[in-house]
Every structure is written in C-alpha cells, then in structure tokens.
Design a protein around this ligand. Structure first.
Ligand code: GTP
Ligand code: MG
Length: 196
C-alpha cells in the first residue's frame, strides 16, 4: 500500500465535517513537534504531503490522506501540549482531537508518538489514560531516534515498555523511528499492513 501514491483528502476543524465512515483509519497523535507530519511524509514517500515545521503548532486540523487502491486512511492531527498558542485555540484543537479519538468507529489504531529525547511526559500519560478509558487501541512509536545514541534508545525502550505494561489499551510493542534517517519505517509499515 505504501508503494501507491498518497493524496490529501480533506481537512477537518469540526466533528461535523468528518468524511463519511468507510475506510479503516489510523491516526498519528502526540505532543506538538514530536514529528507526526514528518512520519506520515516518510511513510507515504511524499514529502510535503503533510505540512511540517520546526515551530510547534504547525498542524491545526485533522488532515486525512488516502490512496486510490488501499482501503486505508491516514489521519494527521494537531499536537497536544503546545503552551505558546492562544489558550482557546489549544482548547479547540484538544477537544477536536479527543472527540475524534473517542468517537470514530472505523479508527482502528492510534499511533502515539513519543520523542526519543524526552520519553513519556505528563500530557502523554493523560492522552493514554483517556485512550485506555475509551478502550481505543494505541501503539507507541518513538520518533527522532537519530537524535540519541543506541544505548540510550535501548534504555528508553525498556523503560517505556515497563510503563506500558500497566496500561490496558496499549499495544505491547514499540517501534523506534527516524523520519530523517528512514529508520524503523519498514517495521511500522508492516504493523500498519497487519491492521488493514
Ligand atoms: P505539530 O504539527 O506542530 O504538532 O508537529 P508535528 O508533530 O507534526 O511535527 P513535524 O513533523 O512538523 O516535525 C517537527 C520538527 O521535527 C521539524 O523540524 C522536523 O524536521 C523535525 N523532525 C521530525 N522527524 C524527525 C526525525 O526523525 N529526526 C529529526 N532529527 N528531526 C525530525
Ligand atoms: Mg504536524
């Protein structure tokens, strides 16, 4: 499916605008600037498909991507935990993200992205608790693995797996990725293929 050409379908700022229920969906969630949009570009091989920026708060809507031949839609989301944006704006994104995550029957898995340099932060835990409560299946993907040394990455993986073992809706497998160095992408693609 990742050999196909992926295209932008639609942007959504309000739950009422969601595309009709149909395809299986997977979504990329995580703190602002963690690398959600970059990972979608790396997976689909289309740089510039999802907009990225070194300034947090780049993605401000739910963005849907698809290709003609696979019944899979990929959803890029605004990040949570971006303190610099105006509070009412952040509240609106957060509401949108969480109502989408809770209320979408075709959403099969949420990839919760965690920056390899930072590990799980309080707002990640909050997001995971919400997913646990809503019984929405999620899986952790470590991003920017090129930014830390292999022994540190290994330690982070072990620590993170220990934390996850206490969570009900978390997948007990981690994938470490670097969109910049194309690491871990084949593993993630295989994981996604197994869902569809
Ligand atoms: P928001 O839309 O603001 O929530 O951010 P995002 O999670 O979509 O992050 P985005 O993909 O825009 O990337 C944020 C910054 O991190 C950009 O400057 C990227 O170039 C950088 N980045 C993303 N992935 C990687 C990676 O694997 N390695 C490195 N070194 N930098 C990365
Ligand atoms: Mg983004």
């Amino acid at each position: 499916m990742f050999a196909k050409r992926w295209d932008f379908i639609t942007s959504v700022t309000d739950m009422a605008q969601l595309p009709e229920i149909g395809n299986t969906e997977i979504a990329f969630a995580g703190r602002s600037n963690v690398g959600k949009s970059s990972l979608i570009n790396a997976l689909t091989g289309r740089h510039g498909l999802a907009r990225t920026s070194s300034t947090p708060g780049r993605t401000q809507m739910l963005n849907f991507f698809g290709n003609e031949e696979t019944p899979l839609t990929i959803v890029d989301m605004p990040g949570y935990g971006y303190a610099q944006a105006p509070k009412d704006m952040v509240d609106a994104w957060t509401r949108l993200v969480f109502s989408y995550l809770r209320g979408r029957p075709t959403l099969r898995r949420i990839f919760v992205l965690i920056d390899s340099r930072h590990g799980i932060k309080p707002n990640d835990s909050e997001a995971m608790s919400l997913l646990d409560k809503a019984a929405v299946s999620y899986q952790i993907v470590l991003t920017k693995s090129d930014k830390i040394k292999p022994p540190q990455l290994k330690r982070l993986e072990e620590e993170t797996l220990t934390l996850l073992s206490k969570r009900v809706a978390a997948f007990p497998r981690l994938i470490a990725t670097s969109s910049e160095k194309n690491q871990g992408l084949d593993l993630l693609k295989a994981e996604i293929a197994s869902i569809v």
